[in-house]
Design a protein around this ligand. Structure first.
Ligand code: ATP
Ligand code: MG
Ligand code: FE
Length: 351
């Protein structure tokens, strides 16, 4: 039967119903932007309360839209980590409760595996991307190059030494006086800017490996900001920032491809980008050029599936259910849960 996906690990409350073949039957995301904007960032306690207030209604909404009753479900997939513990407890407990009430299998989904497997949804590219592929996970909390070798088989090739790339967008945007979350606002401002006017450092560019570093770039932005006078100056700095970030990401992606095991990119079928920063058109263009140089397609899921959503959680659940991987109902949410700790074996942790 169809699978219900639940996501509450950060500041989006989301629910989705997918048919066993990955067809999206219904999806809903409720952003907590309004709750957190007064604080200029996500407040964990407010997030947890908002998830609790809205998740049951969202789940009911998607079930209604899909015309699916709990008894028709083939399983429940809920994000169980990594993320903010309050929200994880809300989402996972709600999912477990439904699983108990209706006698359904429960899948504790790793949020990062959700991002990693989104490209395999049959609707993203015809039939979905095949293993193995290179994943660039570019979000507010994560910045990693990952070899996706199979379900539960993730090899981290590199990651950030300081800020995640989305965090770099957010912090730089804040320095420039833009509203939170900064990424989309900065991209909008950059559109009217001259990316070549201001020189900015390009951290890690040309270095071996595929680690990232963005704190130096943020410092450079902080030093430039007091010198800006006109709106055009601000737009030019935004454009320069975006160009430099895109160039660094492309450079890191090139090295990551070379680091994949075996010849010819380890048989990689694609370069896949996920996470909120994948919404950035400048970043997409730079990565797309880099993928083309390696003879690979760049697969970028639609933006609503790049940012946090429950479709990806339901899909990861479907992939795991197909492989016979479910968790006992005493599976404890994990605020920290690196991809590399996953396996294609049951994660069955008993509290
Ligand atoms: P994680 O998934 O790692 O737990 P998260 O929930 O913060 O973290 P996402 O929701 O995937 O991550 O992405 C949010 C991040 O993406 C924010 O940092 C935001 O600024 C950034 N972002 C969103 N849109 C854009 C854009 N158009 N350009 C640049 N950055 C963007
Ligand atoms: Mg988010
Ligand atoms: Fe995310």
């Amino acid at each position: 039967g169809p699978v219900l996906g639940l996501e509450a690990s950060c500041d989006e409350t989301a629910a989705a119903i997918l048919a066993p073949d990955g067809t999206i039957l219904a999806e809903a995301v409720r952003s907590q932007l309004a709750e957190h904007t007064p604080f200029g960032g996500v407040v964990p306690e407010i997030a947890a309360r908002a998830h609790l207030a809205h998740l049951p209604a969202l789940a009911a909404q998607v079930m209604g839209q899909a015309g699916v009753a709990p008894a028709d479900l083939g399983g429940i997939a809920a994000t169980a980590g990594p993320g903010l513990i309050g929200g994880l407890i809300v989402g996972a407990s709600f999912g477990k409760g439904m699983a108990i009430a209706h006698g359904l299998p429960f899948v504790a989904v790793n949020h990062l595996e959700g991002h990693a497997l989104t490209a395999r949804l049959p609707g993203v590219v015809e039939g979905g991307v095949e293993f193995p592929y290179l994943l660039l996970l570019l979000s507010g909390g994560h910045c990693q190059c990952v070899a996706v070798e199979g379900l539960g088989r993730y090899r981290r090739l590199g990651s950030t030494l300081d800020d995640a790339v989305g965090e770099a967008f957010d912090k730089s945007a804040k320095l420039m006086g833009l509203p939170w979350p900064g990424g989309p606002a900065l991209e909008k401002l950059a559109a009217s800017g001259d990316p070549m006017r201001y020189p900015l450092p390009r951290p890690m560019l040309g270095r071996p490996g595929c680690d990232f570093s963005f704190s130096g770039l943020k410092t450079a932005v902080a030093q430039m900001v007091p010198k800006l006078e006109t709106e055009q100056d601000r737009a030019d700095l935004a454009a320069a920032f975006q160009r430099v970030v895109a160039a660094v990401l492309a450079d890191r992606a090139r090295n990551a491809l070379a680091m994949l095991p075996n010849a010819t990119c380890g048989g990689a079928t694609a370069m896949v980008v996920a996470g909120g920063v994948a919404a950035n058109q400048g970043v997409r263009a730079a990565l797309s050029a880099e993928a083309a140089r390696a003879g690979l397609p760049l697969v970028a899921p639609p933006i609503r599936l790049c940012t946090d959503n429950a479709v990806m959680i339901a899909w990861a659940g479907i992939e795991r259910l197909r492989a016979g991987l479910t968790e006992p109902l005493d599976f404890a949410p994990r605020p920290r849960w690196p991809l590399a700790e996953l396996s294609a074996e049951p994660t069955g942790e008993r509290a």
